[in-house]
Ligand binder design. Structure first.
Ligand code: SAH
Length: 225
């Protein structure tokens, strides 16, 4: 590509250069993310399009960033870790996501599984996320404006469920909507005391794994216009 053209394509995105992205991938790898597909999808997903332009120079730092409405785009490490946990036992067909937010985790998931069903309670966040996914031509996602505590019963069961906000308890509806062998990745707790959990629907009952301390915004109640 001619240098001028290259310059135009990258104008204004400064730190969003390929090198900055590579550095993030290297860091995730060093922090223990080992699923090559997950790393590859994060490498090619333009996180700077999921934050405000004023913050785009920080888009490839491994941190959560504000997206308005008191919400944050998840930290890349957490997106990678949760995706990896979902996929640990093999490919997934139907995945339910609670907390669309910016749509970044949604975009990553949509490139790793067959179909994503994503629930968000804040309408304006959902609308923006929808636009971004269309722009990126990621079309295997269906959105619902509603309360994640209820899951999305009409389309259940799901092979995987991921919750990107911390719940005081594991929502019963989400357990009910897991297919046999299905996996639920969810932060549980409140305030400073939060643990990431992996819950699997076994032949009889559920198994639970506690994966360590995390920091998420709370899973709230009810949809918000
Ligand atoms: N994965 C998102 C994280 C967004 S933060 C991203 O990377 O951008 C958590 C999101 O969960 C917020 O958008 C918040 O509005 C949403 N949320 C909180 N409680 C909810 C509920 N009960 N139902 C659906 N979404 C909820």
């Amino acid at each position: 590509m001619a240098r001028d053209q290259d310059h135009i394509l990258h104008r204004g995105i400064g730190m969003t250069s390929q090198r900055t992205r590579e550095r993030l991938i290297q860091r995730l790898y060093e922090e223990g993310i080992s699923n090559a597909k997950v790393l590859e999808v994060i490498r090619r997903t333009p996180r700077h399009l999921f934050v405000d332009e004023a913050l785009s120079h920080r888009a490839y730092e491994d941190t959560a960033l504000p997206i308005g409405h008191n919400q944050t785009i998840s930290q890349p490490y957490m997106v990678a870790r949760m995706s990896e946990l979902l996929l640990e036992a093999g490919p997934l067909d139907k995945v339910l996501e609670i907390g669309t937010g910016s749509g970044y985790q949604t975009a990553v998931l949509s490139q790793l599984v067959e179909r994503v069903f994503s629930v968000e309670r804040i309408k304006v966040l959902q609308d923006r996320a929808k636009e971004r996914l269309l722009e990126l031509n990621l079309r295997n996602v269906v959105f619902r404006w509603g309360d994640g505590w209820e899951g999305w019963p009409a389309l259940a069961p799901y092979n995987g469920i991921i919750v990107t906000a911390v719940a005081t308890d594991v929502p019963q509806a989400l357990l009910d909507q897991l297919a046999p062998g299905g996996r639920l990745v969810i932060p549980v707790g409140s305030g400073e005391v939060q643990q990431l959990m992996l819950i699997i629907r076994e032949e009889q009952g559920f198994s639970r794994r506690v994966l360590g301390a995390v920091r998420f915004v709370p899973l709230l109640n009810g949809p918000l216009a």
